[in-house]
Design a protein around this ligand. Structure first.
Ligand code: SF4
Length: 266
């Protein structure tokens, strides 16, 4: 049976902290089963450019939609319907998507990095995709505001990137203590890290306060320079290096930006 599926649906976070679809009268498209269908913005083989698994070969899967609207977002086409790239996406059912991922891996990549947008919005659909990729490892790049439910039964690694006030000034939306606490528990068995995009030295005070409040260990913190071009990234690395040395945080560049600049598909 076909169901109407709202492609502009932003949904909401329910009382349990999980994502719920929200019916809307806006434009609809018809798919055979919305629970196994994903809106894919990009799908390509690459190397992980940031964080704990930097340099590891992977397939990048970028999904549409986000529950935040960060003014400095460099992936607006995934959630902003006024962005010229908003309609540039493909609908995939999970069986077909698993096949495409496998083809792109050419049989020698076994790491899937799911990013967005905010991919935990697709928690249910991803739980249908992951078992079709036997032997794969999964990384989820999340803004850390939504609790995952269905994907928890898989061996998922969370790269949690809470947005600082220099990136989004409404911390009531961006900092969700219950969700951060959940992800921090996953650091115990090495299933999560926290990644902060830093623009200014003052960001370190905020990171210090937040990690203290949530109880995040410094060894699980990765600092990354804000910037979508080589010059900005390289100019920020020296002082970030010094700050990370003082605080005992990890430092990660954005390797794909250093190599290619802000180029889609890298
Ligand atoms: S959470 Fe990430 S994808 Fe969503 S608006 Fe903010 S920067 Fe963009």
């Amino acid at each position: 049976m076909s169901k109407a599926f709202n492609q502009f649906n932003q949904g909401y976070i329910n009382e349990q902290g999980m994502w719920e679809e929200q019916a809307s009268a806006l434009e609809t498209i018809v798919v055979s089963d919305p629970l196994v269908t994903l809106e894919v913005s990009e799908l390509f083989p690459s190397l992980q450019g940031e964080g704990k698994f930097i340099g590891h070969p992977c397939i990048f899967l970028r999904l549409r939609r986000c529950n935040l609207a960060c003014p400095m977002c460099d992936e607006r086409h995934t959630w902003d319907k006024n962005d010229p790239g908003w309609n540039d996406y493909t609908l995939y059912e999970t069986g077909k998507l698993a096949h495409e991922i496998d083809v792109k891996s050419q049989g020698h990549i076994r790491r899937l990095v799911v990013t967005g947008g905010e991919p935990i919005i697709w928690d249910r659909q991803l739980s249908d995709l992951f078992p079709k990729l036997v032997g794969w490892e999964f990384e989820i790049e999340t803004n850390g505001t939504i609790l995952p439910k269905h994907i928890e039964k898989f061996n998922v690694h969370y790269n949690v990137s809470p947005k600082l006030t220099s990136f989004h000034d409404n911390s009531r939306k961006t900092i969700v203590g219950r969700a951060l606490g959940f992800f921090n528990q996953r650091t115990v068995d090495g299933r999560a890290i926290f990644k902060f995009v830093v623009t200014d030295k003052r960001d370190f005070d905020e990171i210090w306060n937040l990690t203290k409040e949530v109880g995040i260990a410094h060894e699980d913190v990765y600092i990354m320079p804000e910037g979508v071009d080589q010059i900005t990234i390289l100019s920020r690395l020296p002082w970030l290096f010094e700050e990370c040395r003082q605080y005992g945080y990890n430092l990660t560049p954005r390797m794909h930006i250093l190599a290619f600049g802000n180029k889609k598909g890298t």
